[in-house]
Design a protein around this ligand. Structure first.
Ligand code: PNS
Length: 161
């Protein structure tokens, strides 16, 4: 039986932290959907199409990874894709409470789908899309945080604002 997993997120924008989790999650399943959430109520920096273009570039060498987007409930999307596992990355203690609640809610909604937490690599423990946006807005370098083409796109976006 084929093992299918989902790694959901906003990816606004993708960081090396996300790519680290994608790389490790993809080794645990036959097929991994990287699913960009298109939540119209959430204010995002990049349009969903821009977030997907950046992810596509970052994931072009990944073999069993499929890029997709979803709206609505994550567990409904997981069922639709016949996924047994939702992967979440855990950074520091601060992620735990929120992710724990989400995992329990998702299990209540869909007991068949398991949430699996992967610990981030230590060098990315501080990293988040929000931090990246703050650093670039304040003129800092994103070396070691995001791929160069993501930094370039962020700079372009800021300059046309
Ligand atoms: O990268 P993010 O912003 O932390 O990702 C959050 C995401 C997209 C995984 C989360 O908001 C989500 O699962 N959204 C889908 C809606 C849903 O299923 N919510 C949970 C119901 S309790």
């Amino acid at each position: 039986m084929m093992r299918i997993g989902i790694y959901p997120g906003s990816f606004d924008p993708v960081t090396y932290g996300h790519l680290d989790i994608i790389h490790r999650a993809s080794r645990l399943v036959d097929k991994l959907y990287v699913a960009v959430s298109s939540n119209p109520n959430k204010q995002s920096f990049f349009e969903i199409s821009e977030r997907m273009t950046l992810l596509q570039e970052a994931l072009k060498k990944s073999k069993n990874v499929i890029l997709d987007h979803f709206s609505g409930l994550l567990v409904s999307y997981a069922k639709e894709k016949k996924a047994a596992v939702i992967f979440k990355g855990l950074r520091a203690f601060s992620d735990f409470e929120y992710e724990f609640r989400m995992a329990l809610a998702n299990r209540e909604l869909e007991p068949e789908v398991e949430t699996v937490f992967l610990m981030t690599s230590h060098q990315y423990a501080y990293l988040s899309s929000s931090l990246v946006k703050e650093v670039i807005t304040l003129g800092g370098s994103l070396k070691g945080m995001v791929p160069p083409f993501v930094e370039k796109k962020l700079k372009e976006k800021i300059s046309i604002r």
